[in-house]
Design a protein. Structure first.
Length: 147
């Protein structure tokens, strides 16, 4: 059995999906968030801090740190800043314009996606490997995590 086949199939599927500009933008946003959270987790590990110790520095409880570090989290900027300060760092961001036309030519041009695109290269982070999304259910018109 070829273990590379499912990965190749996934990258082929991803390449097709990422031809859609909205899907590509969402994917890039998630990749950016994940890279940022991964960098903060590495900073915590560099200081040999447990989640509980970091939580104490942030003025929150350990489950808050665990939730922040979970794959798929979408943290607020203020939380990112507080986490960064707690690991003796700072959070800095910038806005980069895509092009004069307002469209990223290198990203949104149909057919420009290749298998193993730079956004997908490298080994997945331990956080990504441990991600287990919970099914969602609709409760009174709002989505809730199923227990």
């Amino acid at each position: 059995m070829n273990h590379d086949q499912p990965q190749a199939q996934f990258y082929n599927f991803l390449a097709r999906v990422l031809e859609d500009p909205e899907a590509r933008a969402s994917f890039e946003d998630a990749q950016s968030r994940n890279a940022l959270v991964d960098a903060l987790i590495r900073a915590r590990h560099r200081l040999s801090l447990t989640q509980k110790q970091l939580a104490s520095r942030m003025g929150v409880k350990q489950p808050s740190v665990s939730g922040f570090e979970t794959e798929g989290s979408d943290p607020r900027i203020s939380t990112i800043q507080r986490y960064a300060r707690a690991v003796d760092a700072h959070f800095w961001w910038e806005i980069r314009y895509n092009s004069d036309a307002g469209v990223r030519q290198d990203v949104y041009r149909p057919g420009n996606v290749t298998v193993g695109h730079e956004l997908c290269q490298g080994e997945p982070s331990p956080r990504a490997l441990s991600w287990n999304p919970k099914p969602k259910r609709c409760v009174s018109g709002n989505f809730d995590l199923a227990s």
